[in-house]
Design a protein around this ligand. Structure first.
Ligand code: SF4
Length: 278
């Protein structure tokens, strides 16, 4: 897709259950092509729903638009990104996510959540560190089995590379959350959860898979014998393994750290976003 000029860059999220005030997507479309992705039914993707994963349009003016709207971000939390992955391969060339982060760095009361499947996030490691405790990075790792990933997220980075990214981010002092979302077929739940903990991540959450109406992904699950991922008991078993690996720590009542140490959550308050997006 040709680069384009966006008309807006901040999408206000009125529903407080999502846990952030604005979503920011520097690209339209997504090259990762996750087979379950619902974004292909978003209005801005409807002109090419069947080719989802095959096109990405950089929003060339995203940093400038963000700069012009920075007055909205006082004491706000920004989620990057809700309808794409901010670290598309094209980010190497366009650096739009980086330039948006540079704007956000200049908004001292703004908190930022970067959510990605890509180790490309490491190219901005120093910039991410500069945010201190007002930024966290979520890495989506929905399975411990890269052969599952190859079927379900065919163009997204391999699982081992995501673990490596989590480790480097955590070692750099950045708060890392592992998002097991949407939950896919898992080889060994306990080993998976221990691997997440060993990465240095301080949080983890498990989000269930939700299918669109007459979603072709249902057939894919059936063909591979993975329909169990739709079973609430299956999800509960994975969640229990993560709870064991990330035990909640008691903390003094008055202490309210921005990043809660070592917890695993199901994020029931955030069903739409965190169950389904990149
Ligand atoms: S789920 Fe996220 S990373 Fe995957 S294709 Fe959709 S937007 Fe991209």
């Amino acid at each position: 897709m040709e680069p384009e000029e966006a008309r807006s860059i901040l999408r206000h999220q009125k529903d407080e259950r999502y846990g952030f005030g604005f979503a920011l997507s520097p690209y339209r479309g997504c090259g990762h092509g996750c087979r379950y992705c619902y974004v292909r039914e978003y209005p801005n993707a409807l002109h090419k729903p069947d080719d989802w994963g095959g096109w990405v349009a950089p929003k060339l003016n995203a940093p400038e638009l963000l700069w012009s709207q920075r007055h909205k971000l006082h004491r706000a939390r920004v989620f990057m990104a809700s309808a794409t992955d901010p670290y598309q391969p094209l980010e190497r060339q366009y650096r739009l996510s980086r330039r948006c982060l540079e704007v956000l760095l200049l908004c001292p009361t703004t908190e930022v959540i970067v959510h990605t499947r890509s180790p490309l996030v490491l190219q901005d490691l120093e910039l991410l560190k500069a945010f201190g405790d007002r930024l966290s990075v979520g890495l989506s790792i929905p399975t411990d089995d890269d052969t599952v990933r190859q079927v379900v997220e065919p163009h997204a980075p391999a699982i081992p590379s995501r673990w490596a990214a989590a480790e480097r981010l955590a070692a750099a002092g950045i708060a890392v959350t592992i998002g097991v979302a949407p939950l896919l077929a898992v080889h060994d739940a306990k080993a998976f959860a221990r691997r997440a903990r060993a990465s240095g991540a301080t949080n983890a959450w498990v989000g269930g898979l939700r299918l669109l109406k007459q979603d072709p992904f249902y057939k894919l699950l059936a063909d591979h014998g993975w329909l169990k991922v739709l079973d609430p008991e299956y999800k509960e078993g994975i969640r229990a393994a993560f709870q064991e690996a990330f035990p909640a720590r008691k903390r003094p009542r008055e202490a309210k750290p921005k990043v809660e140490p070592s917890t695993v959550t199901d994020l029931p308050r955030q069903p739409g976003l965190f169950d389904r997006v990149g």
